[in-house]
Design a protein around this ligand. Structure first.
Ligand SMILES: Nc1ncnc2c1ncn2[C@@H]1O[C@H](COP(=O)(O)OP(=O)(O)OP(=O)(O)O)[C@@H](O)[C@H]1O
Length: 367
């Protein structure tokens, strides 16, 4: 049995098997299974309360699961102490020692662990280089910006020379500009290290930009586990489709009749990239992202066209959002930023059906 488990874990850094966690009568994680490859950047993404921090804390050893097993680098660590798991963790709040310099903060844990002095020096220098902290090593946290403090917190995990890094919303205390800068630094860091990274966030831009794969969670259950563009292009269900993308995917409710979608608009379903049918008749949701809606001449070449009146125009620089309605439901169109379309204007639109999604209205699953 042990041999089979070991073989199954080849190439796997973290393996979560049938994990359950309940707080009293509340089941937060339900039979959760997840394998994370060595060196992978995996993002746990979901709305507040979906259980992503709980899962991360179980991997870290900060919470005891109610059932299931956790393997890290082939070892069953389900009941191991956090310090025995070969993990480094970075939290949302950086909690640096205010009386110590940056260098002191970076080396403190290693000194406590009685790591030899020259080894401490080597690891601190390397972390400082990777995180551009060299000019700041003699400063105290009060003399650092929020972004610099968080880099020190990341550095503290880095010097521990662990296999797996766990990040719990490490950028959410920073302003938007710093967040974007540090996001790129984290990506560079992952490119230059071979470590596995598991990263919790509710920010879909962080998830899309950083992840090799994203696990989208809801109610303690992974809804979809896939590469970012696969999730964006082929969401597994209505929840994922509405969660990923800002503004979200447009939904039009209708029915499939024969090989046609019939609702506030009618469209043929065969002849496109997604499937050739046969189609099961029934209540269906047609989903199309705002950037896959065409206007003007482009609309006239689409197999499905309709006419809308623009209610709100939001110029955002690089692109412009148009807000309208189809079948009473809000509908958004994304155009390039130079458009001259104005509020109150009525215009023909068409759908790039090859890029669309169809969902069963009852099961909410992708068809
Ligand atoms: N100690 C606890 N006792 C009872 N319920 C808890 C406890 N900790 C978390 N929960 C509940 O478990 C669920 C999952 O919490 P968790 O913190 O994992 O969510 P999250 O997805 O990380 O959310 P957030 O982004 O807000 O941190 C929530 O409904 C939360 O209220």
């Amino acid at each position: 049995m042990l041999d089979q488990t070991q073989t199954a874990l080849d190439g796997i850094s973290v393996s979560i098997r049938d994990l359950q966690l309940s707080f009293g009568a509340v089941n937060v994680l339900q039979d959760l299974n997840l394998d994370i490859a060595k060196g992978e950047f995996l993002v746990l993404l979901g709305a507040s309360g979906c259980g992503k921090s709980t899962l991360l804390n179980c991997i870290a050893g900060l919470l005891e699961p109610t059932g299931g097993q956790i393997f890290i680098e082939g070892q069953n660590v389900t009941w191991a102490e956090p310090s025995e798991r070969g993990i480094g963790m970075v939290f949302q709040s950086y909690a640096l020692y205010p009386q110590m310099t940056v260098k002191g903060n970076l080396s403190f844990g290693l000194k406590n662990a009685r790591v030899p002095k020259d080894e401490i020096e080597r690891r601190v220098t390397r972390a400082a280089e990777l995180l551009h902290l060299q000019p700041l090593l003699d400063r105290k946290p009060a003399a650092l910006s929020g972004g610099q403090r968080q880099r020190v917190a990341i550095g503290r995990a880095l010097v521990r020379d662990v296999d797996v890094f766990l990040f719990d919303e490490p950028l959410s205390n920073l302003d938007a500009k710093l967040r974007a800068e540090l996001r790129v630094e984290l990506k560079r860091l992952h490119q230059s290290l071979a470590n596995t990274m598991i990263y919790v966030t509710h920010d879909q831009i962080e998830a899309m930009t950083l992840a090799d794969r994203i696990a989208i969670m809801r109610g303690g259950v992974i809804q979809q586990l896939a590469q970012p563009l696969e999730i964006y292009n082929r969401p597994a269900n209505l929840y994922v489709a509405g969660f990923i993308g800002a503004p979200p995917m447009n939904f039009i409710r209708g029915r499939i009749e024969g090989s046609e979608f019939v609702g506030p608009v009618r469209m043929p379903l065969t002849g496109y990239g997604w499937s050739e049918g046969p189609w099961t008749s029934g209540d269906t949701v047609f989903g199309i992202r705002p950037e896959h809606v065409k206007i003007g001449d482009d609309a006239r070449h689409c197999a499905c066209q309709t006419e809308v009146t623009i209610e709100v125009v939001e110029p955002m620089g690089a692109d412009t959002l148009l807000w309208t309605r189809i079948g009473g439901d809000e509908f958004r169109i994304r155009l390039d930023g130079q458009t001259t379309i104005h509020e109150g204007q009525t215009l023909p639109i068409g759908f790039d059906i090859d890029c669309a999604s169809l969902f069963d209205a009852q099961s909410e699953q992708r068809i």
